[in-house]
Unconditional design. Structure first.
Length: 283
């Protein structure tokens, strides 16, 4: 008859253990980054990870922006909580005071948070680069129009024409008009000489009469100003929620690593223990 022996963790003396154990920290960080990637992919599938201020977007409301920001917070809490717990549970136990053990576990949780943030930034940058290459216009004459991602629809309406006059460069006109329209959201607003020039530019590129071009410019200026303000508001909301998610994630990683350390040392029994026969309730 064989007797199954349960493994018992042996504490290492404080002086013989490294203060920072990179293995558990890196493992927890990779687990947190992978889980965050899965959660963000799921959010993108249901429409919570993307918000836009363009009037052609299906939902440019503040509610969607708040929900997207709230999802960032929830995803950070879940992912960094799992990563911090893994780091604390995997870290080698040490023979030291309870406060020192808890501090070292929490420090490894913060390491998980820091490494996971770096991995997230790198993955976001790589995804942005790939999307930029896919969305970039082709051809030797393609050029980027400043602010077009915000007011592209307004620019389309501004230079809409049934029959475009000959010898006109619509790409250059769009870029110049975009730079002018971006000033509409400033404290001074659109200058009178810029407005007059925009009227002449619209008339030259659309073939409209001066009164009709002036009326169109006034309409587009109002819409562009509203879209720029919406974009600023969305940026503020998402940036605030991203900062809150990062701070809450750091706190969750600290406490999760401390919880993992307590389960590792046996000072607090986990809710379930795992064996070869599957999970069973801890006694």
């Amino acid at each position: 008859m064989t007797t199954a022996l349960e493994p018992v963790s042996v504490a290492v003396e404080d002086g013989k253990a490294r203060y920072v154990q990179w293995g558990p920290a890196v493992a927890g960080a990779f687990a947190a980054a992978a889980l965050a990637f899965v959660l963000h992919s799921f959010a993108a599938a249901i429409g919570l990870a993307v918000s836009s201020t363009a009037p052609t977007w299906r939902d440019a409301s503040t509610v969607l922006q708040l929900l997207s920001g709230l999802y960032l917070v929830v995803a950070a809490i879940v992912a960094l909580g799992v990563g911090g717990y893994i780091a604390g549970r995997m870290r080698a136990p040490i023979a030291a005071s309870a406060d020192e053990v808890e501090f070292r576990d929490g420090t490894h949780g913060l390491l998980v948070w820091a490494i996971a943030m770096i991995l997230t930034v790198l993955m976001t940058w790589a995804a942005a680069q790939s999307l930029t290459r896919l969305a970039a216009p082709s051809g030797p004459s393609a050029q980027s129009v400043a602010g077009e991602n915000i007011i592209a629809y307004d620019l389309d309406r501004l230079f809409r024409a049934e029959k475009r006059p000959p010898n006109t460069d619509p790409t250059h006109a769009r870029a110049e008009a975009a730079r002018i329209l971006l000033t509409t959201a400033s404290h001074r607003g659109l200058a009178s000489d810029d407005r007059a020039y925009l009227v002449r530019l619209t008339a030259a590129n659309t073939g409209l009469a001066a009164p009709e071009a002036e009326k169109r410019v006034d309409t587009i200026v109002t819409q562009a100003r509203d879209n720029i303000r919406k974009a600023r508001r969305a940026s503020v909301i998402l940036a605030f929620m991203a900062g809150a998610a990062a701070l809450l994630g750091a706190a969750v990683a600290w406490f999760a690593a401390c919880a993992g350390g307590r389960d590792r040392d046996g000072t607090a029994a986990p809710s379930m223990t795992w064996g070869w026969n599957g999970p069973r309730l801890a006694r």
